[in-house]
Design a binder for this molecule. Sequence first.
Ligand SMILES: *Cc1c(COP(=O)(O)O)cnc(C)c1O
Length: 393
Amino acid sequence: MKSIPFARIVCDGNERKYLEEVLESGWLTTGSFAARFEECFAEAVAAPHALAVSSCTAALHLALEALNIRSGDTVLLPTLTFTATAEVVRYLGAHPVPLDVDYATGLLTPEIVSEGLRRHPRCRAVIVVHYGGQTARMAGPGGIKELCDQRGVPVVEDAAHAFPARDAGIAAGSLGDVACFSFYANKTITSAEGGMLVTHNEAIATRARLMRLHGINRDAWDRFKSAGRWEYDVVAPGYKYNLPDLCAAVGLAQLERAEPLRAARQRCAAFYQDALEGTPGIDLPKARVAPADHAWHLFPIKLTEASAVDRTTCIEAMSEAGVGTSVHYKPLHRLSYYQGTYDLKAEDFPQAEAFWQRCLSLPIYPSLNGGEQSYVAETLKSLVRGTPPTGRS
Ligand SMILES: *Cc1c(COP(=O)(O)O)cnc(C)c1O
């Protein structure tokens, strides 16, 4: 029987070489590799400031803190996201206000954000999630950034899925006021655990850099480098969100191959597109951007009424056939904490509701080979058609 996991990480670049350098350096935590990772990442997203941190969740927390989000403030965000997007708002005592998303793409649209801003005129920030690896419509006239700028509301990109991705030629990371990337194990590039805060705003960068490491006015690496300089001051009760060099070494090696890895996922997407196109019961993901501008972190299909199986049955049957799938996401308004705390009603999120009830993410990663992909596609097609899966060996 085949076994095709939902995610599989292959480290076949400079990961081992860099890890060895770190192990031999005498300094395993944040140091020269983290600094190199930041420099290279800043260049990749064409932003002046990139801060390596321990996770995307940490980056989001630092971003909101740097934007001075406080207790009682409201922050708009899509309901179709991972809980991290909303929990960081609660860290600061502020309130997340989930918005519906576009059914076709799973993204916030300028129309949805505009309506959200109208209904919540005192909101203090908008977090945009580049769901699945393609950017929401941020750039240009009528884009989300312009809409928010007109009201003086900063935009945070939750770009956990979107490295590397672009909107109208601009890299995710340079589309909002501040952006947060994830290098968690199953993301498009990984450092096992890790994240990056990116911004063009000097004040945000300065505040986040301070809060990333205990609110100390000079980071530990500087003290390590300049022997004899022992003195430091603490100017705020900061956090412990630095990224160790052990992780940065892996992240840097992955970053070097980000484009070929992205192109390999694009090929996977094109394969699924060809293999599944026109199958009654399967709604393929809609690309808002050109294929080369898409990070292809996820390949979320939807099962329509014409499918012989519902989503939950399909996941079980795929798993029995050895294929790992996942659901992105059970929306915030369905999670008991947010539902209960904010009295959220499913009928207020009709598009996200329809999306999540039907969605199913297929394996998509560079090491997924043609044979595996056709097995995934054929297994899925036979389930959706109501014929017994073929090729079970
Ligand atoms: C993975 C993810 C995060 C959190 O990333 P971590 O690096 O694990 O903290 C945040 N938002 C979205 C949309 C994600 O998918």
